[in-house]
Design a protein. Structure first.
Length: 366
């Protein structure tokens, strides 16, 4: 009996070259679209500040920032992923009008003598790529209640890419839209325990001058790269990210002012720069807040909040005891951790109340 050929197989075989050509065209169009989006993201994330007098200023998002001179003090902006590095380095851009870069060099400016490089190293989402370019460290921290969901949003926008090439291909999608709550829950429950430990270990690493977990001496990167790994200041993103200046903003200004051969915009214009960066969402948050869910939609379970609360308390207690009692940087850290502890405790109580409601009530809330 003759074998009957599938009509679909016959058509595919007959027109396979046409199909391959169509797929190739679609791929090229997709690549071109992503390249265009990456270029748009890159351009919209550059800001040159100009003092206009009378405490007024302007920020030109298309301006070309200048390289730092060879004698300028270079600053590494280090934070756990999802902790507001983009907003913070945009403020530094505006205050100094110098190039900033990222550790993976997606900005293309890593080798252009940047004044500041942002990194999440030693977290596995960061990489030490700047060799001996940096001189000092600013540690940027954020309540893990908000940092971990923000980190996941970035991972989701990058389609959980694990290679440089795949991440680069997805750059046009960053700061675009938060995931569905169900997607967040799956990732959260699979990764929470590891990430809260990484959040603690990240802070410990830099506060201790670059000493990794279970080690007694600084990482060789800190001892062989001419950088002082103990931070010059601790910035609390949760208080820094606002239109009106808080203590963290003045602490950042003080570090920049004290950095040899770093020219900072006149003091009269600095609050104006902060306001302009905050208001111009394209410089840091893109379309997340105007598309889809808000950041308050992403919750933790009561058990997770309880563990988070305990971890932050242990960390706080460590830096209030000897040998940290009189350490100015430790006091900055403790001040921020106390606010985190209070916020997490409140969230935990609220989640406990939700847990007592019928399941449908919890679904409505989310």
């Amino acid at each position: 009996m003759a074998k009957i050929k599938s009509p679909l197989r016959f058509l595919l075989k007959r027109h396979k070259h046409t199909l391959y050509s169509a797929l190739a065209v679609l791929f090229i169009l997709n690549v071109n679209m992503n390249v265009a989006r990456r270029a748009e993201v890159s351009k919209s994330h550059r800001g040159l500040a100009t003092y206009l007098g009378d405490s007024d200023c302007s920020i030109d998002p298309l301006a070309e920032l200048s390289s730092a001179n060879s004698t300028a003090t270079k600053t590494l902006l280090a934070s756990y992923p999802g902790s507001g590095k983009r907003f913070t380095y945009q403020v530094i851009n505006g205050l100094t009008n110098h190039i900033t870069a990222d550790d993976w060099n997606f900005s293309g400016t890593l080798n252009s003598s940047p004044l500041t490089i942002k990194t999440s190293w030693p977290h596995d989402q960061g990489v030490w790529s700047w060799d001996k370019q940096m001189d000092q460290v600013i540690l940027l921290i954020r309540n893990p209640r908000w940092a971990i969901p923000s980190f996941h949003t970035m991972r989701h926008e990058l389609n959980y890419a694990s290679t440089f090439e795949d991440v680069y291909f997805r750059l046009g999608f960053v700061y675009s839209k938060r995931p569905a709550v169900a997607v967040w829950k799956l990732w959260r429950d699979a990764n929470f325990d590891a990430e809260i430990d990484k959040w603690v270990e990240f802070i410990d690493f830099w506060m201790q001058g670059g000493i990794p977990k279970d080690a007694t001496v600084p990482h060789y990167r800190c001892t062989q790269s001419e950088i002082v790994c103990k931070p010059k200041t601790v910035l609390d993103f949760d208080s820094f990210f606002q239109e009106n200046p808080a203590q963290s903003f003045y602490e950042l200004s003080e570090v920049l002012d004290a950095s040899p051969d770093v020219e900072v915009i006149t003091a009269q214009a600095r609050v104006c720069v902060l306001d302009h960066v905050f208001e111009k969402k394209s410089l840091h948050n893109g379309n997340r807040d105007s598309h889809g869910l808000s950041r308050v939609s992403f919750h933790f379970t009561s058990a997770q909040l309880n563990l988070m609360h305990s971890k932050v308390i242990v960390l706080r207690d460590k830096y209030t005891a000897a040998p940290w009692t009189d350490d100015v940087i430790a006091k900055q850290l403790v001040l921020a951790l106390n606010s985190y502890i209070a916020e997490i405790a409140g969230d935990e109580k609220f989640q406990n109340l939700l847990d007592q409601l019928p399941d449908t009530a919890g679904d409505v809330y989310e």
